[in-house]
Design a binder for this molecule. Structure first.
Ligand code: GTP
Ligand code: MG
Length: 445
C-alpha cells in the first residue's frame, strides 16, 4: 500500500526534495512549498473505503435531475419522456391558442433498485404557437436564470442549507426539432443561440418515423452545419474520461438524435416492445436500426447524467454566478491585480449605495418641494378665480336688486294712481247715484 504525505514542516530530518525555497530565512516558514513523500503502510488502515462511503452517502441523499423540453405544441415531448423513463407522467395536452410561452415544471419521485431520483420535467407550453415568435425564447431564459438565482441566493445566505436544498437548475435541455426534413426554423436557431450559454443542449429530431432514411441523414447533416454556421454550442458528450471516451466520441457524431416515442406496446416475437404500429409495418422505439432512441437514453441517462449535472454547476452556473457577482460589484482582484477583499467591496458598495440613496432622497425632496409649489400656485389661481366670480355675482346681485327696487317703486306708483282713480270713480258713481234718486222723487211728485 502507498501513502502520500503532505509535509508542512521544513524540518531537517525530512527526507525528500524541497522545492521553491526562498533565500529570505525570515519568510522561509511561510513560503516553503508543500512537500510530498510516498510512504508505504504496514497494515490495512481502511481509507480505501472512501469511494464506498461516498457512494453510500450519495445514494442515501438521493439525486435530482432536471430536464427542460423545448419544442412546439404536439411535437411529442410528453410521449418521449414517458418512453425514456418507462412510465406515464401527468400529461396535459396544450392548446394552440396561448398568448405566450409559459413553463410548467412537474417534479416526480422515481426509484430504481435503491436509487432515488427526484426528476423535474419542465414543459414549454405554447412554444411556437404565436404569430410573432420574437420573444418566445425569453420566458425560457428567464426560467433558467431564476433557478440559478435561487441557488445563488441560497449559497450567499449566512445560514445556508445546500445539503438539503432542492436544486432546480436545469441540467439538460432537449430541443425538439420538427421532422420537416428541410432545415431548422429561425425560431430554433434563435432559441438555441439564446440558451447555449445557460444550459446543456441536446438537439433531437422528433417523430423521426415520419422522415425517410436517406432524407434523415441529409437532414442531420444540414442541422449540424446550420448550428455550426450560426455559432450555436450544443452539449458535447465528454471524451476526457477513458472509460466512456470511445462511446461518447462516436455518439457525438450521431447528433442530432432522431427519436421516436410511443406509449403503445406491440408484441414482436414473444416480447412486448414499445413501438408504433402502422398499416405497412411496426416501428420499434428501441430498435437501433429504426431510430436513435436507445442512443439518446444511453447518453442522457446511463452514461452522462453525472456529467450533465457537473457541467451545469461548473460551467453554466459558474458563468451566471460570475456575471451576477461582477454586476453586484464583487471582484477577485483590484486595479493593481492585488487580491480584492470582500470587506473592501462591501464598504465601497455600501458607500455607493448610501450615496445613491442620498441622491434619491434629495431628488424626492426637490420633487416634493416643486409639487408643493405647484399645488400652492394652483390653489392661489383657484382662489383668485373664485374671488372674481364672487365679485361678479355680487355685482349682478346688486344690479338685480336695484332693478327690482325700481320695479317695486314703479309698481307702487302705479298702484297709488290706480287707487286714486278708483276712489275718484267710486265718488263719481256715488254722486251720480244720489242725483238720479232726487230726479225720480221729483218726477213722482
Ligand atoms: P403538448 O404537451 O400538447 O405540447 O404535446 P407534446 O409535445 O407533449 O406531444 P405528445 O407527446 O402529447 O404527442 C402528440 C401526438 O404526437 C400524439 O398523438 C402522439 O401519439 C404523437 N407522437 C408522439 N411521438 C411520436 C413519434 O415519435 N412519432 C409519431 N409519428 N407520432 C408521435
Ligand atoms: Mg405534452
Amino acid at each position: 500500500m502507498a501513502a502520500t504525505e503532505v509535509n508542512t514542516y521544513p524540518s531537517a530530518n525530512v527526507h525528500g526534495e524541497v522545492t521553491g525555497q526562498t533565500g529570505n530565512s525570515g519568510e522561509a516558514a511561510h513560503t516553503e512549498t508543500e512537500e510530498m513523500r510516498s510512504l508505504s503502510l504496514s497494515g490495512h488502515v481502511g481509507f480505501d473505503s472512501l469511494p464506498d462511503q461516498l457512494v453510500s452517502k450519495s445514494v442515501s441523499q438521493g439525486f435530482s435531475f432536471n430536464i427542460l423540453c423545448v419544442g412546439e405544441t404536439g411535437i411529442g415531448k410528453s410521449t418521449l419522456m414517458n418512453t425514456l423513463f418507462n412510465t406515464t407522467f401527468e400529461n396535459e395536452e396544450a392548446s394552440h391558442f396561448h398568448n405566450g410561452v409559459h413553463l410548467r415544471p412537474r417534479t416526480y419521485s422515481l426509484q430504481e433498485s435503491n436509487v432515488d431520483l427526484q426528476l423535474t420535467i419542465v414543459d414549454t407550453v405554447g412554444f411556437g404557437d404565436q404569430v410573432n415568435k420574437e420573444e418566445s425564447y425569453k420566458p425560457i431564459v428567464d426560467y433558467i436564470d431564476a433557478q440559478f438565482e435561487n441557488f445563488l441566493e441560497e449559497e450567499l445566505k449566512i445560514k445556508r442549507s445546500l445539503y438539503n436544498y432542492h436544486d432546480s437548475r436545469i441540467h439538460i435541455c432537449l430541443y425538439f426539432i420538427a421532422p420537416s426534413g428541410h432545415s431548422l426554423k429561425s425560431l430554433d436557431l434563435v432559441t438555441m443561440k439564446k440558451l447555449d450559454s445557460k444550459v446543456n443542449i441536446i438537439p433531437i429530431i422528433a417523430k423521426a418515423d415520419t422522415v425517410s432514411k436517406s432524407e434523415l441523414q441529409k437532414f442531420k447533416i444540414k442541422i449540424m452545419s446550420e448550428l455550426v454556421s450560426n455559432g450555436v454550442q450544443i452539449y458535447q458528450f465528454p471524451t476526457d474520461d477513458e472509460a466512456v471516451a470511445e462511446i461518447n466520441s462516436s455518439m457525438n457524431a450521431h447528433l442530432p438524435f432522431a427519436v421516436i416515442g410511443s406509449s403503445e406496446e406491440v408484441k414482436i416475437g414473444n416480447k412486448m416492445v414499445r413501438a408504433r404500429q402502422y398499416p405497412w409495418g411496426v416501428v420499434q422505439v428501441e430498435n437501433e436500426s429504426h431510430c436513435d432512441f436507445v442512443k439518446l437514453r444511453e447518453m442522457l441517462i446511463r452514461v452522462n447524467m453525472l456529467d450533465l449535472r457537473e457541467q451545469t454547476h461548473a460551467r453554466h452556473y459558474e458563468l451566471y454566478r460570475r456575471c451576477k457577482l461582477e454586476e453586484m460589484g464583487f471582484k477577485d482582484t483590484d486595479a493593481d491585480s492585488e487580491p480584492f477583499s470582500l470587506q473592501e467591496t462591501y464598504v465601497a458598495k455600501r458607500r455607493e449605495f448610501i450615496g445613491e440613496l442620498q441622491m434619491k432622497e434629495e431628488q424626492m425632496r426637490q420633487m416634493f418641494v416643486n409639487k408643493v409649489k405647484e399645488t400652492e400656485a394652483e390653489l392661489k389661481e383657484k382662489e383668485r378665480e373664485l374671488h372674481e366670480r364672487f365679485e361678479m355675482l355680487k355685482r349682478t346681485h346688486q344690479e338685480e336688486k336695484r332693478s327690482l327696487e325700481e320695479m317695486r317703486r314703479d309698481f307702487e306708483e302705479e298702484m297709488n294712481t290706480f287707487n286714486r282713480r278708483k276712489v275718484a270713480a267710486e265718488t263719481l258713481q256715488s254722486l251720480q247715484g244720489s242725483t238720479g234718486l232726487k230726479k225720480d222723487k221729483e218726477k213722482k211728485t
